[in-house]
Design a protein. Structure first.
Length: 388
């Protein structure tokens, strides 16, 4: 028992001496006053030196609702709350969002730079979200992301995504119809302007519009009014695929013009046949050709039908430079068909180019003039590329 009391007393004395010794040893030192943040590795914030980005009003904008195909805009404000100039540069944006009224440059302390975002609600979704980035010299925010979002509603909608004219003869007129519905406003829908965007092929196309009846409007859930468009195409179009778009401007002023593709296939008495030929599209598939090598292929243009004897073909031209064509003499080995050999070549000195598309804008083009009473031009597309 005496031994236990001795141990306890000795322990107490030792602790007391240790505390007194420690106080004496560190009596000249001052402990830091910055508090330690429990459950965090962060210390107290450092002073604000250098440029500092502040988004006045925030970096996001909820526009609520807007019409499909309509355009929107919002101006964000970036302020420099630092003590040194802040450099700003345009960064990446999403595909339906663009930045305007922003110039790359320096923003002095205390100054504000407006950044306007423009977007187009061309989407099939209900939820809309787009963003843009601004690169900064603020080490705390090297990239500022500006974000706009909201809901898209249908103010204007056609009854189909495109108008198909089907397959029709070049010697006959053809017609197609579609309906356009309005889902807001009390004023009946009206088309105030229409235009065909492929202007070089617009002459054969025309359009007429009539208001939909009450019964026709009621058949479309939620619609308030509508019009029916009748698209007429005169005979004489070149054989092959139809590529046209009609743009409709309506009396819904807050809604962007509606663009509807027009598709179809023109067939007739003139046909392209041969190796690597897609007859339905009047396309010759050449593929890649090495620069300095050149390449040639011979295909045939056939003329048949009741006008074959009076139809003569001549080469009207080729494009671009480096694509060559030679139309041979007419052959009548088959009394039902007039056959013209057509030799297509890529010149050896053709410069590197890519023409692998399926339209006249991004493929090679061969134009053949015809004396056919209905078909005045036969257009052949050549898909090729000259590689280095």
């Amino acid at each position: 028992m005496k031994n236990l009391v001795f141990v306890v007393v000795s322990l107490a004395v030792g602790v007391g001496l240790g505390v007194a010794s420690t106080r004496q040893e560190f009596s000249g030192e001052q402990l830091p006053t910055v508090p330690y943040l429990a459950a965090s590795n962060k210390s107290a914030p450092s002073t604000d030196k250098g440029p500092k980005v502040t988004l006045v009003g925030g970096s996001t904008f909820d526009f609520g609702q807007m019409d499909r195909h309509a355009e929107g805009e919002h101006t964000f404000q970036i302020r420099n709350d630092g003590d040194q100039p802040l450099r700003l540069e345009k960064g990446q944006t999403t595909c339906k969002c663009t930045m305007s009224e922003m110039q790359d440059g320096e923003l002095l302390p205390g100054k504000i730079m407006p950044v306007k975002l423009n977007w187009n609600a061309k989407t099939g979704d209900v939820d809309f979200s787009q963003s843009a980035e601004v690169e900064t010299t603020d080490p705390r925010q090297p990239i500022v992301r500006l974000h706009v979002y909201g809901k898209i509603i249908d103010a204007l909608r056609p009854d189909r995504g495109h108008l198909s004219l089907g397959t029709f003869s070049a010697s006959e007129d053809t017609t197609g119809k579609l309906k356009i519905f309005s889902f807001r406003g009390e004023e009946p829908l009206a088309v105030v302007k229409h235009e065909f965007l492929a202007t070089d092929r617009a002459e054969p196309f025309s359009a007429e519009f009539r208001p939909l009846t009450t019964e026709e409007v009621a058949a479309e859930k939620g619609a308030k009014s509508g019009v029916e468009a009748t698209i007429r195409v005169k005979s004489g179009l070149p054989l092959g695929s139809v590529a046209q778009t009609i743009r409709l401007t309506t009396n819904l002023s807050a809604t962007s013009p509606l663009e509807i593709p027009i598709e179809g296939k023109v067939v007739g008495d003139i046909v392209l046949v041969g190796p690597d030929v897609v007859s339905e599209q009047n396309i010759v598939r050449f593929g890649p050709v090495a620069a300095g090598k050149g390449k040639s292929v011979t295909v045939h243009v056939l003329v048949k039908g009741p006008h074959r004897s009076e139809t003569k073909l001549t080469l009207a031209g080729t494009e671009p430079t480096g694509l060559l064509a030679e139309l041979g003499k007419e052959s009548n080995d088959n009394p039902q068909v007039a056959r013209y050999p057509l030799t297509i070549s890529i010149a050896k000195d053709a410069k590197p180019i890519s023409k692998l598309g399926t339209t006249a804008e991004n493929a090679g083009v061969i134009r053949i003039a015809a004396t056919h009473p209905r078909i005045k031009e036969f257009v052949i597309l050549v898909r090729y590329a000259v590689t280095e």
